[in-house]
Each structure stands twice: as C-alpha cells, then as structure tokens.
Design a protein around this ligand. Structure first.
Ligand SMILES: [Zn+2]
Length: 369
C-alpha cells in the first residue's frame, strides 16, 4: 500500500475508534477524513463518494477495505472497517494496532539515529558526524528504496571509524524477494509497484502528480540474481523517504542556482531541512509535505517547532516551504493562506511560501547583501 493510502486508512480507523469512545461528539478531524476518503475514492475506485456522514458510515460498513481501494494483507482484505453492530471490526482493530506499533518501531529507528548522532557530536565535536548525518539522510532517497545489501555496507564502512551509530542503518532495511524479471519501481519514489487491475502501477498522489507532469513511466528494475536485495521498511519509507523527495529536489535546485558551497542539507544534525549561508546570516528552510494544511500546522505545534524557528539569529531568515504538488492536489481552498492564517497567531518569524516562490526569494537575499 502506498504511503498516502496507508495513512488515510489508518486515519479512518483511528477516527472511528475515537468516535466509538465518545458517541455524542464527532472527532475533530472527522470532516477532513471524510473529504480525504472522497477524493481517494474518485481517484482510485469506481465507488461513488459519500455525500454525508451517514453515507460515509454506510460505505465503510458495507464495502470491504480492498474494494475501497486499500491494499492490506490478504488475511484482512475482505474485512469491513465497521461490523454489523456498528463497531470497529475486531480484526481490523487488530491490523490497526499492529501497524501502528510497527510504524512506531520503524520511526524510532530514524529518531534514535538522530539522537545518537547529536550525542556523539556533543561529546567529540567531530564535524564528520554532522557530515555523516547529512549523507545518511540523503541516502534515503528514491534510488535507494530497493538496493543490494552491499550498498548499505559501503555506507556503514565509510563512517565506521567516525561513529558507532552508523551500523544502525542496517536495521532500516528488510529482505525482499524480487521476481526474476518484470520488477517495476515508481520513477518518483522508487517503491516497488504492483500491476493488477486495481493498482495499475499506481503510487502516491504526489508521485502520480509528478509522473503526469513530467510524463514519467514506471522504471524496470534489473535484478542480478547473485545479489541479495533489501527494501526500506514501511515506516521509514512513509515518514522519511516520501517527505525527503521534496527536500532533496529543492536542495538540488538551490545548488544549481547558487552553487553548493554555502548550501547544506539537514544542517547541524537536522536543525532544519536546508540552510543557505549568506554574508550576514543564514536562511533556514523547512519543507513540509502534508496532504492537509491543518495537519501541517497541528504537527508544527505538537513538535514545538516554533521554539527552534524563533530561536534563530536576528539577521537569519526562516522559510516554511510548501512543495509544489500540494498547491495543486489540495482541494480544500488556498493551501498557503490556510497555513499563513493559522501561523499568524503563533509566530511572526516564519515566512510561508510555495516551492517555486522560494528560489527568487533566496536570490534576492543573497544578492542584496
Ligand atoms: Zn511513488
């Protein structure tokens, strides 16, 4: 299942569980979830989207998850989210609990690596650790979603004298059995794609946006049977690789325009996504790739991101950048304005802009000084 559809299925089940606990009050984000399911059904199935909450409940009570366009393991695909008693189905609940637990474990692997790098750097002050961190995070990209085990070991070997944390990246991957031929990967995110009537090599909404825009076709993956292949674990794919695609694209574009000497990816062990050093200060850039602007702001608040953003120097700039595809994929209004309006009450240090507006802004700041 792709990152976005997985995330949506999890959101639907979570909303229903919350609602079950407090029947008199609809969970706060239920409207957003219903809207997301609507657009999902339009793009991925022939099922008519529900017009109201009653129809929404009807869809998830009468149609198995597979027919709603979600691919779950074969054991679960014929289960319906809501059972005949109007409660969340117990097997679906089991699948949900298990998935959440596994994603947390995956996500924590990346977080642990980050914290260990920070700890090692604090202790030794070795700049190589920050360099390693940037390289490792940049390594989690579309070309490395599925790879041979020796590629991982090369990276481990490169830094094994610098850091103990580096061996941990071996756990970010798991074994994968590839077919001897006809393996296809997404040209945008690198994920292995399935081709059957429902899936038709489809991938996330983001991937499909760039595939349509740039006329990209699924890439075939040549397999050398002498090697063992590994693929990125799902939680790391969903929460690190996918958002990283926009970060890497913006980084490379900035390097092309202004040279790569002053531009860093994941500077100071992930303080921000990108930094651009100019004569009298630094431009800090965070790229936020969320389907919904409401989720974006919510996450910033929960992660206490404003403390870091407010804490930069007086001559520094902080940009929160919305990737290009979000502007086009979001159907709930003007994405940027929603974020700006919500941030106004929280901070005045952060400038919210779309990706294609960033390049000129950075140029103006660099050249003015
Ligand atoms: Zn993809």
């Amino acid at each position: 299942m792709t990152g976005e559809s997985y995330d949506l299925l999890i959101s639907i089940i979570r909303t229903m569980i919350e609602w079950e606990q407090e029947y008199r009050r609809m969970p706060e984000d239920s409207k957003i979830v219903v809207n997301r399911l609507n657009s999902y059904l339009i793009h991925h199935t022939n099922i008519a989207p529900p017009k109201n909450i009653r129809e929404f409940i009807d869809r998830i009570q009468t149609l198995p998850v597979y027919e709603l366009g979600f691919e779950v393991d074969d054991n679960f695909k014929n289960y319906k989210i809501i059972d005949e008693n109007g409660r969340v189905d117990s097997d679906i609940r089991h699948w949900y609990d298990n998935s959440i637990r596994n994603d947390d474990v995956d996500q924590n692997l990346v977080k642990e690596f980050l914290l260990e790098c920070r700890g090692e750097f604090k202790k030794s002050g070795n700049r190589m650790i920050a360099e390693m961190y940037s390289e490792v995070r940049a390594f989690v990209n579309a070309s490395n979603y599925c790879l041979t085990g020796d590629r991982i070991m090369n990276l481990v070997g490169k830094y094994s004298n610098v850091s103990d944390a580096i061996v941990k990246i071996r756990d970010w991957y798991e074994a994968v059995n590839l077919k001897s031929q006809d393996n296809y990967v997404c040209p945008v995110c690198g994920k292995l794609l399935d081709n059957d009537i429902l899936k038709e090599f489809r991938c996330t909404d983001m991937c499909m946006y760039y595939r349509d825009k740039e006329s990209l076709l699924p890439k075939s993956l040549a397999v050398n049977e002498e090697f063992k292949y590994r693929k990125l674990k799902r939680g790391i794919y969903t929460y690190t690789l996918l958002p990283g695609i926009s970060e890497h694209r913006i980084y490379h574009q900035l390097c092309e325009l202004y040279g790569d000497e002053k531009i860093l990816l994941y500077p100071e062990i992930d303080k921000f996504d990108i930094s651009v050093i100019f004569d009298s200060g630094t431009i800090y850039i965070d790229v936020k790739d969320f389907a919904s602007p409401h989720d974006l702001v919510e996450t910033l608040i929960n992660n206490q991101a404003f403390i870091k953003m407010e804490g930069v120097g007086e001559d520094d700039y902080v940009y929160l950048v919305i990737p290009e595809h979000r502007r086009h994929l979001y159907k709930g209004g003007n994405y940027k304005n929603v974020v700006r309006k919500k941030l106004r009450q929280l901070t005045n240090k952060v400038r919210v802009i779309y990706e294609d507006e960033l390049y000129k802004e950075v140029g103006d700041i660099i050249n003015e000084l």
